[in-house]
Ligand binder design. Structure first.
Ligand code: ADP
Length: 246
């Protein structure tokens, strides 16, 4: 596993308040990582920095084998580097079928910002079927996305991001609002995706995090408070104090 992304000494303040404070973070390729932390810990800001939405005041965000500094690059440039982000709320094209949604994502590699090239349709059809199988929506390929359950919409959006073949996928609370069966399937989808890429999952649901069976990073006041297995971090007294002992 080689390092794909490395943040060091990253800080950002909003009106004098340090939302991210001298943060250090590394993720390899492939790797699955869960990020936990209480509200206000800096999880969203952390993802905003990686995706170029927020520019840090200090520090470095180094990417890939050439250690390119991502700071100062635009959101679309960063998306084209291969960083995909899934926000909490699913954003799919409700009037289009699952197949059409996936086809659209395949036609827009690496972000919705620019149409770079069109893939050949024969190749596309196979890719769509493989993607649908990966996200458990084979039976729903011809259904309108608007008719899917909340969980299925989340999977579809994950599939649309996977269509763009990101090297790093950032996923914000994927299991929120899902049924237990959907949660379990979501775990499988993410674990499978993390076999060939880096996946960062921000999640509140500890049982969900446990099932991801990966290294966990605990954020608190914009810094890493603890890192390790779920058992390691949940037994850490400082973590219990700030996060679990609420
Ligand atoms: P989390 O996602 O872990 O709940 P956030 O990254 O959203 O945490 O927020 C970290 C801290 O930074 C919070 O105290 C929040 O109020 C503050 N913050 C985040 N974004 C802004 C902003 N654009 N302006 C001012 N304060 C912000």
């Amino acid at each position: 596993m080689s390092t794909l992304l490395e943040l060091s000494g990253v800080s950002v303040s909003f009106d004098g308040f340090k939302a991210i404070n001298n943060l250090a973070f590394q993720i390899g390729e492939p790797e699955m990582r869960a990020i936990i932390g209480p509200n206000g810990a800096g999880k969203t800001t952390f993802m905003d920095i990686i995706t170029g939405k927020t520019k840090p005041d200090e520090g470095r965000v180094l990417w890939g084998e050439k250690s390119i500094n991502l700071i100062g690059k635009s959101e679309s440039q960063i998306a084209r580097e291969g960083i995909g982000r899934k926000f909490q709320k699913p954003t799919v094209f409700e009037d289009q079928t699952v197949r059409e949604n996936l086809a659209m994502a395949l036609k827009n590699p690496r972000g919705p910002f620019e149409v770079l090239f069109y893939r050949k349709s024969a190749d596309g059809a196979l890719r769509i079927e493989a993607l649908a199988a990966e996200i458990n929506l084979t039976e729903q390929l011809l259904r309108k996305a608007g008719e899917l359950s909340h969980g299925q919409k989340q999977w579809l959006e994950i599939g649309m991001l996977l269509a763009q073949d990101p090297r790093l996928l950032l996923v914000d609370e994927p299991a929120a609002g899902m049924t237990p069966a959907e949660r379990e399937k979501t775990t499988e989808i993410l674990v499978e995706a993390a076999k060939t890429r880096a996946v960062v999952v921000v999640e509140h649901d500890m049982e969900f995090v446990r099932r991801l069976n990966c290294k966990v990073t605990v954020l608190h006041e914009g810094s890493v408070l603890a890192e390790g297995s779920i058992d390691h971090v949940t037994q850490n007294p400082e973590v219990i104090d700030v996060y679990l002992g609420r």
